[in-house]
Design a protein around this ligand. Structure first.
Ligand SMILES: *Cc1c(COP(=O)(O)O)cnc(C)c1O
Length: 427
């Protein structure tokens, strides 16, 4: 495969951009390679600067559930840009998307739009602290909630990939308010609550963990968190930046039937443009400025192009049978890859929730950060490069989720399974 243009672009990029990328996981560092520079995409396919095409399972890290460049989204955004790309004043589009979100997500009665998932979780936590008058927050090891100071503690993927779960620049005085429990362990949560009685403002959790690979919630885990939070007056926040509109239209809370107090969204809600959102009970959301005193703002929040992409994307997701079809494709692919590994005598632990899936390079069960971290990341790196060589673009880290889009057809899925067969045999 010829990657000379990507290689020279990467050299150039490193002169002007730290590490040559605008987000660390793009750098391919954990698989010991240089990143592929992308020129364009369509449907399930992305094409790099040298003209190589790949079947894409990164999907911009989650947003592209329709595949790239869905014609309905493209044409709506084109029309929108002709009538103004930003006003810094309210528009009807914001009401439309807000109403769609309220109707979709069980826990959300009111919602505020922001520009990224990071902003959504950061703001949700401030609001939970303002609402409860408490300072401490509880998160789970291996869960990623964006790069805000208080959340960059034991934060999975990007951070884990680089072996710096706690970043320099995060004051110890901030991080000390963040308590860390083990995913899928209610016992670890109860112990922390006992040690910090009446001090915890919120528990924030990925209801399907997607930033340490894909780790589904154990039976009763989310229900247990719900009960604990109700008893203790703790705000339960589901970070559905990845799982929202992904594992079901109403997110993991619809799928598992557990309703948090607040929810954060991102990725799919922007249809490929920068959007995040946080919402929840009216009683909590009304405390947000200018209705209440908890401050939060954004110059480009509710941007008309981004709202348009979100609205059109959500409309398409509402089509009859969309999620059933996506489930079918995803099950076919994940099963096919697991079978390929099995047939080659190569041990992997395969996980999947809807169109999120992961092949963990380990013999043991993966249920939390410690069991995920036990994976053979060197072998994963080899697998990743073999797949890339076969024209399959996976996330360049063991601790990421693969995403299937509705645009992946049997042809692409079969090609991917064949590539996996070849790769597992070669390992
Ligand atoms: C991606 C992600 C974020 C951060 O969103 P950004 O838009 O990258 O800031 C937060 N939480 C979860 C669960 C995510 O997957």
């Amino acid at each position: 495969m010829n990657l000379t243009t990507s290689a020279s672009l990467f050299r150039e990029a490193q002169r002007f951009i730290p590490g040559g990328v605008n987000s660390p996981v793009r750098a391919f560092k954990s698989v010991g390679a240089d990143p592929v520079f992308i020129r364009k995409a369509a449907g399930p396919t992305i094409t790099d600067a040298d003209g190589n095409s790949y079947i894409d399972y990164v999907g911009s890290w989650g947003p592209m559930i329709l595949g790239h460049c869905h014609p309905q989204v493209v044409s709506a955004v084109q029309k929108a840009v002709e009538t103004g790309s930003s006003f810094g004043a309210p528009t009807e589009l914001e009401i439309t998307l807000a109403e769609m979100v309220v109707q979709a997500v069980p826990s959300i009665e009111m919602v505020r739009m922001v520009c990224s998932g990071t902003e959504a979780t950061m703001s949700a936590i401030r609001l939970a602290r303002g609402y409860t008058g408490r300072d401490k927050i509880l998160k789970f090891s291996g869960c990623y909630h964006g790069h805000a100071d208080s959340l960059l503690v034991k934060a999975g993927s990007g951070a884990a990939t680089f072996g710096v779960p706690d970043s320099p620049g995060v004051p110890a005085d901030f991080a000390k308010h963040t308590l860390t429990a083990e995913y899928n362990s209610l016992e670890s949560v109860k112990a922390l609550i006992q040690q910090n009685p009446g001090q915890i403002a919120c528990i924030i959790v990925e209801p399907v963990a997607g930033n340490m690979g894909t780790v589904p919630p154990a039976e009763g885990f989310l229900q247990g968190l719900r009960a604990i939070c109700s008893n203790e007056g703790i705000v339960l926040i589901f970070d559905e930046v990845m799982s929202g509109f992904r594992v079901a239209y109403g997110g993991a809370q619809e799928l598992y039937g557990v309703t948090p107090d607040m929810t954060t969204l991102g990725k799919i809600i922007g249809g490929g443009l920068p959007v995040g959102a946080f919402g929840g009970k009216k009683e909590i959301m009304q405390m947000l400025s200018p209705a209440g005193g908890v401050y939060q703002a954004g110059t480009l929040s509710g941007n008309p192009l981004a709202m348009t992409a979100g609205i059109e994307t959500l409309k398409l997701l509402q089509q009859e049978g969309f999620y059933a079809k996506l489930e079918e494709k995803s099950a076919y692919l994940a099963t096919g890859i697991a079978q390929a590994a099995h047939d080659a005598g190569y041990p992997i632990f395969s996980t999947r929730v809807g169109s999120m899936f992961c092949a963990f390079f380990t013999k043991g069960e993966v249920k939390d950060w410690n069991t995920a971290a036990a994976c053979d990341t060197k072998m994963f790196a080899k697998y990743f490069l073999l797949m890339l060589e076969e024209g399959i673009y996976l996330a360049p880290s063991q601790f990421e989720t693969a995403f299937v889009s509705i645009s992946h057809t049997e042809k692409e899925l079969d090609k991917t399974i064949s590539a996996a067969r070849k790769a597992f045999k070669a390992l």
